[in-house]
Design a binder for this molecule. Structure first.
Ligand SMILES: [Zn+2]
Length: 253
């Protein structure tokens, strides 16, 4: 009987593909630029992701990889995907084409010292379509810079050889209490792309940053992420790497 009740409580939904992604950067850019997330948040996040046996994709800035090479080495050694998040965490729509190329090529060169890199996400989820050829020219096959919840997303002409994945929900909404969060998660369409930052797992509730960046940071954010993963697992979600080729390599005998 108890089993039947549990089954009834979970709506029957199509099996969604869920991507857990992490943007690896200084604390809460452009407001703080400190590194507590890398020092304190990342170990907690890695522990959670590994305890859940999740495949995850980490989009790393070049500056972060230069400052914390051991952490990036550890992420790669644990089997996770490393992707490019630009070098400086400046917004790409402020760059000339030459500046954009330097950020992409320079960061890929740094990150490829740790692992193959075929996926990209622009800081602030702002990436002009005209720069897509720069990604393709430097071996990037997956762009995760778009967001479904942004009203002003430009039309999507795309670019040959570049697969697009759009973020499903702002990272701050994943930190809402379960009563509000669960209906939001239930409404997400397949594929589901989640993203978090290491600095969210540090208590920044008293920091001088916007409210949506600081509320329920620290332990509540970890608990919320664990609950979100459990939510999708109960619905039979398939957790994926952003790069499908990497997944094929990981699962081949
Ligand atoms: Zn970022």
């Amino acid at each position: 009987m108890a089993r039947r009740l549990t089954a009834m409580a979970v709506p029957l939904e199509p099996r969604a593909d869920v991507y857990v992604t992490v943007d690896v950067e200084p604390d809460c850019p452009p407001y703080l630029w400190t590194w507590r997330g890398m020092e304190e948040g990342m170990p907690r996040l890695l522990e959670l992701i590994d305890a859940e046996a999740l495949p995850a994709t980490f989009f790393v800035t070049g500056a972060t990889a230069e400052r914390y090479p051991q952490t990036i080495r550890e992420i790669a050694a644990r089997g996770h995907e490393i992707g490019c998040h630009g070098y400086s965490h400046a917004a790409f729509d402020t760059f000339s084409e030459d500046e954009a190329r330097r950020e992409i090529v320079g960061t890929n060169r740094i990150l490829r010292g740790f692992a193959p890199v075929r996926s990209f996400r622009a800081p602030y989820l702002r990436f002009p379509e005209r720069f897509l050829p720069l990604l393709a020219a430097d071996g990037i096959a997956n762009d995760a810079s778009r967001a479904r919840y942004k009203r002003k997303e430009p039309a999507n002409p795309g670019f040959p050889g570049i697969r697009r994945l759009s973020a499903s929900i702002p990272t701050s909404l994943m930190r809402l209490p379960a009563l509000i969060r669960t209906p939001l998660l239930s409404a997400l369409r397949d594929p589901v792309v989640l993203f978090v930052h290491p600095w969210e797992f540090v208590d920044l509730t008293r920091a001088s940053i916007p409210f949506d960046c600081r509320f329920r940071t620290g332990q509540p954010a970890l608990d919320d992420l664990r609950a979100t993963i459990a939510f999708f697992r109960r619905r039979g979600a398939r957790f994926r790497y952003v790069d499908p080729e990497r997944e094929a390599a990981a699962t081949s005998p």
